[in-house]
Structures are given as structure tokens and as C-alpha cells.
Design a protein around this ligand. Structure first.
Ligand code: ATP
Length: 279
């Protein structure tokens, strides 16, 4: 069995004349935390959208847990990229919708919080669980399977307890403090039972104390839910604190990869962030 849970090969995403992601090749090892960083507009969210099935790549392949989940190699581009040297296996197209990819074991959160504002904490998580279960139309409509419903309620409460939100069970999600709303978003993603959790700027808008709590929280859930984590983040303290490996994008291209210490001292990274030579 491979230790690599997610792999992208030559992922390119083009919007008209803009190449948002340019030949991205990453490997996410199981049970580790990997970060994707880079200045604004570097292509990070676009990469997440391709990986989670929101966009079909203009080019490239995504493999998750040994299965190709997204692939597109138009012949004209193959020629250009591989200079005619690459042989056939990329000639087919594989398209998966985000819900199918979620069912395979990948869950994500978004840059902007996407909770059901008027529903309670409990209801927000319960809905995420429902979306994950493929109930038949008949049982969904007539609610015949009371046992299953009861089990889902119990599982939801257990999950809320594990993420420290049981005390807020009946509060409207919009009335929670910001840090807890972010935590609830993560709980909703966990409700789908993922192997891989993708977090898009989980610390966005957080103060230093909330960011520190989030660091701890991500490490805790990674261990207790046996997760692999892939995150985009601008808060460098958080990234350097929790990541095993970091990939750095700039203008869609990978300019560096390595451990936090390696990336921090990489001149190309310093240039990309500061816009000046490190000297
Ligand atoms: N749907 C789209 N149509 C056209 N251009 C897009 C689209 N989505 C993203 N882009 C462009 O692709 C580039 C990369 O954007 P993306 O949002 O992926 O960057 P990012 O690294 O996530 O930025 P940020 O850190 O600000 O969230 C930008 O130039 C953006 O304007």
C-alpha cells in the first residue's frame, strides 16, 4: 500500500488567458499535515477546486487513495507538455462531481464560512451527515428508518462532543463566536467521515488567540480522527507550527517545497512574499 493519499500530476487550470494553476505536481502523504501557501492570486483555491471536483482540470490527473478521480489530457496539450515523449495512459478523461469525491473520503471547508445561519449547531452537522448517507427516496420521504435516524442523532452528538461544541448544540450557528463557527465548519466536514480533510484558510479573520487554538484543534482532530490534512493558509505561524511539508505557489507555479524550515529560508519564497531580493 502506498503512503501517498493524494497525488496531482501536471495539474493545469486555465481560465481564458489566465493560467491559474500551472503544472502542479504534489504528493500528500497519509497521516501528515501538508500546506499550500503563496501570495494572493497564486492559484491555491483553484488547486483545491480541481482536487475536490469543482473544476475539471484543463490538463492533468488527480489520484486519491489509489484511484484516479479527475483526469484530462487533451491530445494537443499532451504533445506540448510531454514533447511527444509521453505515451498513452493519459488519453482518457475522468470526471467526478464533488459529492462523489466526498463519498470517496475527501471533505473540505471554504474560505468564506458556509454554514446554515438560521439552523442550530446540531442541525448543521446533522444535515452534513444526511448528505453523506445515500438513503433511498422512500425512506427519506416517509422517515421509515427510525433506527437509522436515531443513530445519526447520536453520532452527531458524539461528534459535537469530540470537537468541543456539545455545549453550543442548540445555539443558532450565526450566534456563535467566529472561532466556533470555523470549528463548526470543520465539524460538518468531519461528519462525512473523511480520510483527507482540506481546509481553505481556516484561520482567515481570526485573532492570534483564536489562531493558536485552531492550531491545537487541527493537530487534535488529525490524531483522534486519523486524518490526513491539506490546508491553505496565510497565517504563517499556524502553517510553520503544524505542517510537515509545505508547497509554495506563485503565479500558479510551484516555486518551492519542503519542511517549514526549508521553505522559510528559501530565497524564491522570500522574494515572492516580499517582492524584493532577500539581501
Ligand atoms: N473562475 C475563475 N475565472 C477566471 N479567473 C479565475 C477564476 N478563479 C480564479 N481565477 C484567477 O485565477 C488566479 C488564481 O486565483 P485563486 O483564487 O486560485 O488564488 P489564491 O491563491 O487562492 O488567492 P487568495 O490567497 O487571494 O485566496 C487569480 O488570478 C484569479 O483571478
Amino acid at each position: 500500500m502506498s503512503d501517498i493519499l493524494l497525488k496531482t500530476e501536471h495539474i493545469t487550470m486555465q481560465f481564458g488567458g489566465v493560467v491559474a494553476v500551472d503544472d502542479l505536481n504534489i504528493e500528500i502523504p497519509k497521516d501528515k499535515i501538508t500546506a499550500l501557501i503563496g501570495p494572493n492570486g497564486a492559484g491555491k483555491t483553484t488547486a483545491f477546486n480541481v482536487i475536490t471536483g469543482g473544476y475539471q482540470p484543463s490538463n492533468g490527473r488527480v489520484t486519491f487513495d489509489g484511484m484516479v478521480i479527475g483526469e484530462n489530457y487533451p491530445r494537443s496539450k499532451m504533445k506540448k507538455i510531454y514533447n511527444g515523449t509521453y505515451k498513452t495512459p493519459f488519453e482518457k478523461q475522468v470526471v467526478n462531481t464533488p459529492d462523489k469525491i466526498t463519498r470517496l473520503g475527501m471533505a473540505r471547508t471554504f474560505q468564506n464560512i458556509r454554514l446554515f445561519k438560521d439552523l442550530t449547531v446540531f442541525e448543521n452537522v446533522l444535515i452534513a451527515k444526511h448528505c453523506h448517507i445515500k438513503a433511498g427516496l422512500f425512506s427519506s420521504t416517509f422517515r421509515l428508518n427510525r433506527e437509522e435516524e436515531l443513530r445519526m442523532h447520536q453520532d452527531t452528538e458524539a461528534l459535537l462532543e469530540r470537537v468541543g461544541l456539545l455545549g453550543s448544540r442548540d445555539e443558532k450557528s450565526s450566534s456563535l463566536p467566529y472561532g466556533k463557527q470555523r470549528r463548526l465548519e470543520i465539524a460538518r466536514a468531519l461528519a462525512t467521515g473523511p480520510k483527507l480533510l482540506l481546509l481553505d484558510e481556516p484561520a482567515a479573520g481570526m485573532n492570534p488567540k483564536e489562531t493558536e487554538e485552531l492550531s491545537l484543534f487541527i493537530k487534535e482532530i488529525k490524531d483522534s480522527f486519523k486524518l490526513t490534512v491539506f490546508l491553505i493558509e496565510h497565517h504563517m505561524n499556524l502553517v510553520m507550527d503544524i505542517s510537515d511539508t509545505i508547497y509554495v505557489l506563485d503565479y500558479g507555479k510551484t516555486i518551492a517545497q519542503g519542511t517549514p524550515a526549508e521553505v522559510q529560508n528559501n530565497p524564491a519564497v522570500i522574494r515572492a512574499y516580499l517582492g524584493v531580493d532577500e539581501a
